[in-house]
Every structure is written in C-alpha cells, then in structure tokens.
Design a protein around this ligand. Structure first.
Ligand code: HEC
Ligand code: HEC
Length: 408
C-alpha cells in the first residue's frame, strides 16, 4: 500500500475538481467560472460536468490506495483500521464525498448525510434530535462523524459493526432519508456522472454495497488535528525540568525537548484548562471512560440520561436484548466537543456546564445507573468551570480540511 500524507492527499482528493476548474482548461462547463460561482454550486446536483469527472478519474494516482496520515495525538496505526476489502483511493474518496453531500440519496431529494452531519456544525446538526425527510424527527441526537475511522462499532448503542454497515442505515430509515439502498442505487445509476465513476472505481454499476463502501472511504478522511491537550501531554515532562549534563549532550533528546516545547508554545493551554485537565484525569474521574486518543473507551454506560422520561430510550438493551444494558449508551469522543452542542444521546443537555453538573450530582438515579463509575463528585463551582474550560479549549483542534464538493 502506498502511504501518502493526509493533507496533501485530501487536498488532491477534494480540491482537484476545483483546481482544474480554476486552471480553466476543462472543455465543458468549468472554464471561466469564478470562485464565487464554483462555491455557489457546491453540494448541488449538476455542478460537475462529465468532462471534469473523466479528467479526475484519469488523474495520476487516482486509483492507487493510500492511508491517511494520523495527526499529532492519534497513535493508532490507521492502516490497520481500513478493512482489506475496502482500500482507500483518491477516486473512491472523491465519489464518497459526492454521495455524502448529495440530497438525491433521499427519497424526495431533500436530505443528505450532511443535513445531519454538517462540517460547519462539527459534523453534527446542533439539534437535540435530528430532522429527516418531510420534517420528521427521530429520537436521538446526531453524533459527529469525526474520527469514526478510530472505532469499529457505530451508533450510540453500537449496533453497526463497521462504517460500511452504518452508512446504509440512514438511507433506508423511514424518518431519515426514507428510501432503500437499492432504490438509491437505481437513482444514482441514472446519473451518468455517477455511473462512470462506479464503473471505474468498482468495475460495475452502483450497488448498495458500493455506495456504502465509497461513503465509508470518505468518512475515514474526516479526522481531527492535534489539539492543545496533545501538545501539552507531549511537553509536560519537560516543563520546569532541568536536564542533567549527560542529557544535555544527547542531541537527539534535546531536539525532541525543544520541539515539544515549541509545539506547546504554538498551541498554548491556559492555567484554567490545565487545572481542568488535572480534574478530568483525577478527582472528576472523567478519564475512567473518556480515555485514549479519541477520549472514548467505546464501552456502554448508563448515566441516567432520559431515564426520568415517561418512555425512556433503552439504548443498548434494544440491540442486545439484555436488561443489564438498559439505558446504556456508548461513551462518545470529546474531541472538538465545543462544536457539537447540545449533548448526550437525546440532546437534553444544552451546554458543557450542564454536562459536568450532571456528573457532579452523580447522574440521574435509576435502577440501572452505572454506579461503579457514576457517583457524586463534590466539585466546587470553580472546579466545574475548569473542567468545562479544559474541554472547550484543550480538546479543540482545526477542522479537517474538507470542502463541500461539486456534484455530478
Ligand atoms: C435525519 C438525520 C440523519 C441523516 C440524514 C443521517 N444521519 Fe447519521 N446519524 C443520525 C443520528 C440521529 C444518529 C444516531 C442514531 C443512533 O445512534 O441510533 C446517526 C449516526 C451516525 C453515525 C454513527 C456515529 C457514531 O458515533 O457511532 C455515522 C457514522 C453516521 N450517522 C453517518 C451518516 C451517513 C454516512 C449518512 C448518509 C448516508 C447519515 N449519517 C445520514 C442522523 C442522521
Ligand atoms: C461511566 C463512564 C463515563 C464517565 C465516568 C464520564 N463519562 Fe462522559 N459520557 C459517557 C457516556 C456513556 C456518554 C453518553 C451518555 C448518553 O448519551 O446517555 C457521555 C457523554 C458525555 C458528553 C456529551 C458528548 C456528546 O457528544 O453529546 C460529555 C461532554 C462528557 N460525557 C464529558 C464528561 C466529563 C467532563 C466527565 C467527567 C466529569 C465524564 N464525561 C465522565 C461516559 C462517561
């Protein structure tokens, strides 16, 4: 497998149509369009001509497999997280991006994946619960699509075993996109710009399986960048540390120290956030569950969210059929959490302060509460504020450099 660098690749993948439009040598449609005109076409059917699609399929390297480069702070080997039967190629990612942003994947052309997982909203919809076709509301809040490459299971209750499997869920869901994956494939095949891409990338017309694979490939490029917390963790051992004489002579070691300290300077973290960090990993016990590179143990817990409602969402129990899983939901990532309010599976907590107060009071009592880990924390108001500052500031990172594509 060829290893490319993440950002140049993404640039190649997602900006290439834009690039040759800007060069003005496309023989159909593209030439002469201003940047503003191109931007106005993004995400709308018909913005991308057949000539542009053929040119991008013929670009050097378009069908070579690549592995995104893990940003600072992500330690997993991403190559191991890409399924063998769905290698990533620039052409497949590009196709998946178009499908992800295309409302024609819904029954009435009104809803795309991005309707509920939009890049401008932290890849969510910033609503308590999502609204699908014909204004219908679902029962759960849309989680972010960022960093799904890092985790095998999908959905709040973990019922999908891969991103590929997950992608077919919303298309067929009557209140999300209201369609079936097979009908979506028929519709996609009637659009020539898509058909030629599926022919070249998958060797045949669009199928439910191929649509899922292309979208999953695109989703695997939605990766967060290094956050102040990552740079602080790397620099921490060196802060205020006076190297010994022999350490000072170790050039490699000193270069590592200088780099870590310089990176921290470039990605600073406030005193309040450092206090919040100590609490997060200590007295506030957040890292019991929000642990590792993506701040999730990928396990299921009952915090009592919504359990005081008349008809509570039983969460993981609906999938496993075991009462011990009642009201349990998967621990979500906290990277870029400042972008994805409101919070929890039902969107019932509006702010990060409300979230920390929920933990501080020991959750909402119910017979299935995960009492081994959820108990009153006795945090002062200042401590609650510090934990919030830590999440808001130190877990924030630049958004993945992904532009909404032009569509066939
Ligand atoms: C109408 C809104 C809506 C649409 C449209 C939608 N989703 Fe979702 N998405 C949700 C909700 C709500 C959930 C959580 C459902 C659950 O966990 O039971 C979810 C869950 C997910 C997850 C799981 C994330 C995680 O943390 O486990 C992924 C990935 C995802 N959607 C991707 C997509 C893709 C790809 C599409 C388009 C094919 C799409 N979604 C269309 C609302 C939507
Ligand atoms: C027992 C495991 C556990 C502990 C301890 C824990 N969390 Fe959580 N966290 C979860 C689970 C599970 C959810 C989702 C619950 C739900 O929606 O019902 C969650 C949700 C969240 C959310 C909302 C995320 C979103 O996308 O909506 C935030 C923010 C959060 N936790 C922060 C914290 C902080 C801060 C602490 C420490 C004070 C903490 N958590 C302690 C398991 C835990």
């Amino acid at each position: 497998m060829t290893i490319h660098r993440l950002f140049p690749t993404l640039f190649l993948v997602l900006a290439s149509s834009l690039l040759f439009l800007a060069c003005g040598d496309a023989d159909e449609g593209g030439a002469g369009r201003s940047q503003a005109e191109i931007d106005a076409l993004r995400g709308k059917p018909g913005g991308l001509s057949l000539a542009e699609i053929k040119a991008s399929l013929a670009e050097p390297g378009a069908h070579e497999s690549f592995v995104p480069e893990a940003p600072f702070g992500i330690t997993s080997k991403l190559a191991e997280l890409i399924p063998a039967d769905n290698p990533m190629t620039p052409a497949k990612v590009r196709l998946g991006a178009q499908l992800y942003f295309d409302p024609r994947l819904s029954k009435d052309d009104s809803v795309s994946c991005a309707t509920c997982h939009h890049p401008d909203k932290g890849w969510t919809d910033n609503a308590p619960v999502s609204t699908g076709i014909a204004g219908q509301k679902g029962g759960r809040s849309a989680p972010t699509v960022m960093n799904r490459i890092l985790h095998p299971t999908q959905f709040w209750d973990g019922r999908a075993a891969s991103i590929e499997e997950q992608a077919l869920g919303p298309i067929g869901n009557p209140i999300e996109m209201g369609f079936s994956a097979e009908d979506a494939a028929t519709k996609v095949n009637a659009i020539e710009g898509y058909r030629i891409q599926f022919e070249r990338v998958f060797g045949g017309p669009a199928t439910a399986d191929a649509i899922a694979k292309a979208i999953a490939c695109f989703e695997r490029t939605v990766i967060t960048a290094g956050a102040p917390n990552d740079y602080y963790a790397a620099a921490k051992p060196w802060i205020g540390y006076e190297p010994s004489e022999s350490e000072k002579k170790n050039e490699k070691l000193m270069a590592r120290r200088d780099k870590a300290l310089a990176e921290l300077k470039a990605h600073p973290i406030s005193e309040a956030a450092i206090r919040g960090r100590e609490l997060f990993f200590g007295k506030a016990e957040c890292s019991l569950c929000h642990v590792g590179e993506n701040f999730s143990d990928e396990l299921y817990w009952n915090l009592g969210i919504g359990m005081d409602q008349e008809k509570p969402d039983h969460g993981r129990e609906d999938f496993t059929k075991e009462e011990k899983d009642r009201g349990k939901f998967r621990t979500p990532t906290l990277r870029n959490i400042h972008l994805t309010a409101p919070y929890m599976h039902d969107g019932s907590l509006k702010t990060l302060t409300e979230v920390v107060q929920h933990y501080n009071k020991g959750g909402t009592p119910n017979p299935w509460l995960s009492t081994d880990r959820i108990r009153p924390l006795k945090l002062s108001d200042q401590e609650v504020a510090d934990v919030v500052t830590y999440m808001r500031e130190a877990l924030a990172s630049p958004q993945p450099a992904i532009e909404i594509p032009l569509l066939p």
